[in-house]
Design a binder for this molecule. Structure first.
Ligand code: SPD
Length: 287
């Protein structure tokens, strides 16, 4: 892609060399390399403004609510305490926006490795990142995996991992060593949620992630929702704890409050989203 005022053109994620997931873009608003990846923001009739990193879809104005509500609320309605939250990645600002809707949250650290993602998103995607000025939010541009390793044990109630796909700088965010560090950072009653890939288009990575997290946490629960712009359309997150919280025991008052502003999430979604497809159940049962 080149030229900020380019004429309408198809912009595709070519995720595995064999499939394309694309939209017709009316304009390329931003397209520049950072030290980590190519950062691109387009405008399009179908998605509105949308962010790609290394030509992989990250978020889009008309499609972002499901992803951001689902990576946040299942953890925040189930953990015993939600005062201190760590978000790894999430440079478009959508995840912290949803976290900050919960009034019990007192402090959010957002650790994004790539400052250009935040700079470009703040300029071109203000409707997604609408909470940048919340005084509870603290943003730092450092390596998220290293930050978690160095975090004091039990210093957070929740860790949310809003990384990219398991390629490039995000690969470490799928490794056992990283989840062990997350488990230390949240302490015994904390909850960790990560984006878990497509159960269909990225089946092996998805199953591998659940297996890896199950080595670290005593209770691991994948959950699912539709994200039209991601490969396969069916997407997942993985909820994990070694404490007593459970996805089917949400705190009703928090669910009701999240429902008041959400476009996708509600109490029935909280119940239904944790139903695991048979193809995943069977793969996890197989040795
Ligand atoms: N296939 C894309 C997975 C991306 C997950 N993170 C998206 C960032 C949205 N805040």
């Amino acid at each position: 892609m080149s030229g900020r005022e380019a004429e309408a053109q198809w912009v595709d994620e070519v995720s595995d060399g064999e499939r394309r997931f694309g939209v017709l873009a009316s304009r390329i608003l931003f397209d520049a390399p950072s030290p980590f990846q190519q950062v691109t923001i387009i405008d399009s009739p179908a998605l509105g403004r949308a962010l790609l990193l290394d030509r992989l879809w990250m978020t889009a104005e008309k499609d972002e609510c499901t992803y951001h509500e689902m990576i946040v609320h299942p953890a925040l309605v189930t953990a015993k305490q939600i005062k201190r939250v760590l978000v790894i990645g999430g440079g478009d600002g959508g995840t912290v926006r949803e976290v900050l809707r919960h009034p019990e949250v007192e402090h959010v650290d957002m650790i994004e490795i790539d400052e250009l993602v935040v700079t470009a998103s703040r300029e071109y995607l203000p409707t997604i990142g609408s909470a940048w000025n919340d005084p509870r939010l603290h943003v730092a541009f450092v390596d998220g995996a290293k930050f978690v390793e160095d975090a004091a044990p039990g210093s957070y109630d929740i860790v949310l991992i809003d990384g990219s796909d398991p390629v490039g700088p995000a690969v470490v965010l799928f490794e056992e060593r990283f989840f062990k560090a997350c488990a230390r950072a949240v302490g015994p009653e904390g909850v960790v949620v990560t984006q878990g890939g497509s159960p269909t288009a990225q089946h092996e990575e998805h199953v591998g992630l659940i297996r890896t997290m199950s080595q670290v946490f005593s209770h691991v629960a994948p959950y699912y929702g539709p994200i039209g712009i991601y490969p396969g359309g069916a997407w997942s997150w993985v909820w994990a704890t070694s404490g007593s919280a459970r996805p089917d025991q949400p705190i009703a008052e928090r669910v009701t409050r999240a429902e008041a502003t959400s476009q996708y999430y509600n109490g029935q979604i909280q119940r239904g989203a944790f139903a695991v497809p048979n193809m995943v159940v069977r793969a996890l049962e197989a040795k």
